[in-house]
Design a protein around this ligand. Sequence first.
Ligand SMILES: NC(=O)c1ccc[n+]([C@@H]2O[C@H](COP(=O)([O-])OP(=O)(O)OC[C@H]3O[C@@H](n4cnc5c(N)ncnc54)[C@H](OP(=O)(O)O)[C@@H]3O)[C@@H](O)[C@H]2O)c1
Length: 249
Amino acid sequence: MIRALILGGTADANLLAAAIARAGIDAVYSYGGRTRAPADQPLPTRIGGFGGVNGLAEYLRCEAITHVIDATHPFAAEMSRNAIAACAQTATPLIALERAPWDKEAGDRWIEVADVVSAVAALPENRTHVFLAIGRQHIAPFGSRPQHAYTLRFVDPPEGTLPLPDADVIVSRGPFTLDGELEMMRGRRIDWIVARNSGGTGARAKIDAARALGLPVIMITRPPLPDRPRLESVGDVMQWLDHRTCLGA
Ligand SMILES: NC(=O)c1ccc[n+]([C@@H]2O[C@H](COP(=O)([O-])OP(=O)(O)OC[C@H]3O[C@@H](n4cnc5c(N)ncnc54)[C@H](OP(=O)(O)O)[C@@H]3O)[C@@H](O)[C@H]2O)c1
């Protein structure tokens, strides 16, 4: 019998949850607890950290989890590292549902950097208008460049004061369209974009809009992870579950 754990918080994880519920497979969907009103799921849901590698290993044992699907965001590296270690510790089969990163295309003006601190350093010195398309937990380092005007976009309204003196916040969950992103960037006179290479279609419109407008993008590459099996589509993960059941895994 399968009892799967989906490490979620992404659109892909939500699609997987729907497919697993349709297939009548026993599963739990786990949210990290960063979003105030996470989307409803057709599966039993739990919210919040497990308490590191040992906490997750304990959870897998107590809940008799037979399969783990890491469908977290490609930048949720701590959770992914913990899942690799806890699944190894408990001999629980693990698969990552991870979309491919975006490739640079003709016309893209990307400056690729390894992390947020390098993204800050890559901004020009003179005042410019920057669209910071990154999570709210990553904006503090940009406080060292207060000369710029920033446009931020968050799922939830920010709490407290932002560490940026000249910042405009858009609250929206997306997905975003090319036309919408073009209008937003033109309307706000965006000069530079800071983005993370999340991959997938939902977040891609801003990258296509930047290319269309000839704007430079400081692109933060994905954090490195230990090797792990990964698949890119919900259908492939469903087949993986099916195959492993046939093997009695
Ligand atoms: N990073 C992003 O930009 C981004 C974007 C969209 C959605 N999300 C989603 O937001 C959540 C948190 O992302 P993050 O970047 O903060 O993760 P992270 O830095 O990799 O994780 C930090 C800690 O949060 C807990 N955690 C993270 N994801 C969890 C999950 N799905 N279920 C239970 N606990 C979880 C774990 O705590 P313990 O060590 O205590 O277990 C983990 O060690 C994830 O579900 C991710 O898919 C993240």
